[in-house]
Design a protein around this ligand. Structure first.
Ligand SMILES: Nc1ncnc2c1ncn2[C@@H]1O[C@H](COP(=O)(O)OP(=O)(O)OP(=O)(O)O)[C@@H](O)[C@H]1O
Ligand SMILES: [Mg+2]
Length: 274
């Protein structure tokens, strides 16, 4: 039996055959749950009793003035910053405050930073290939089996991000917007359950923004997506539920119309412009 196991690498095979979606348990509640989270940097409260709940498959927009704590909130979810107090759960099973950054990533939480970080000297296809190989659930068996499956996943992602025609192009020649899509594609290779996207449309053309809106909307349902963005036109074009952060807490939550007519939100945004 042990020889059989050695010869076939059964554990790895089974691990690979398990759906890449994480074992996150959302039967009894949300996919992401932050309760009474506090973070101070040198006495400055960047996150102040933050409470936030994201449902499975939801597309949530987070807005708020500079310094509101939006990026810090993502740092907390991904394990980059540890809160002083509070709880952060991924489904009802995973206490994210007990896990390392790589463990949180391999549970299926993908994060897109503002600047695209694709490998410019590689083709679009190779970038996606590399993203898949970086997944430690796949790497050990990558060359041994499943070639058609992983090829299929790359094709699927190329289709989603609209770069099918450009799959042999070097990533270095892509426009800024196309690089952003490629990077989202690299995250999608690992079939995340939750995608965190910080300011995806900064520096994009109108057309690229429209395409990005379509992409993010198409992802929702299959995975949960949290988008932080300052461009209100863009937010309006994708908004379902919107959360407004201010001074590290939730100031308002609701539809785009509800939050943009909220007196406290108006005050904060007018105050910023004044
Ligand atoms: N590592 C850190 N050390 C000290 N202060 C920090 C650190 N990270 C964030 N801050 C501070 O915490 C506050 C919240 O910052 P954060 O980057 O989360 O805001 P944001 O809402 O993402 O703003 P923006 O819209 O400008 O990106 C800011 O005052 C920032 O200066
Ligand atoms: Mg930020």
């Amino acid at each position: 039996m042990s020889i059989f196991q050695e010869l076939t690498n059964r554990d790895q095979v089974f691990e690979f055959l398990t759906p890449a979606t994480s074992p996150v348990d959302v039967r009894h509640g949300p996919i992401l749950y932050l309760e009474d989270v506090n973070v101070s940097f040198d006495g400055f409260k960047a996150i102040n009793n933050l409470n936030l709940t994201i449902d499975d498959g939801e597309l949530r927009c987070i807005i708020g003035p500079n310094g509101a704590g939006k990026t810090t909130m993502m740092d907390i979810i991904t394990g980059k910053t540890r809160p002083d107090t509070g709880s952060v759960w991924f489904g009802s099973r995973h206490n994210l405050l007990t896990l390392s950054e790589p463990d949180i990533a391999s549970l299926g939480i993908g994060r897109k930073f503002q600047k695209p970080t694709v490998f410019e000297a590689l083709t679009v296809f190779e970038n996606l290939e590399l993203a898949m190989a970086a997944d430690k659930r796949v790497f050990p068996t990558l060359t041994a089996l499943m070639k058609p499956e992983y090829r299929e996943r790359i094709d699927e992602v190329l289709e989603m991000i609209g770069l099918k025609e450009l799959h042999h192009a070097l990533a270095g020649i892509l426009s800024h917007g196309q690089k952003q899509w490629l990077e989202i594609g690299m995250l999608l290779m690992q079939k995340p359950r939750l995608l965190l996207v910080d300011e995806p449309v900064a520096g994009m053309t109108e057309q690229e923004m429209e395409r990005t809106a379509e992409l993010l909307i198409s992802l929702a349902g299959k995975q949960s997506v949290v988008v932080v963005e300052h461009d209100m036109g863009f937010v309006r074009s994708i908004a379902r539920k919107v959360t407004v952060l201010h001074q590290g807490s939730v100031l308002a939550e609701g539809s785009m119309d509800q939050v943009s007519n909220h007196p406290d939100v108006i005050k904060v945004y007018l105050g910023e412009e004044a």
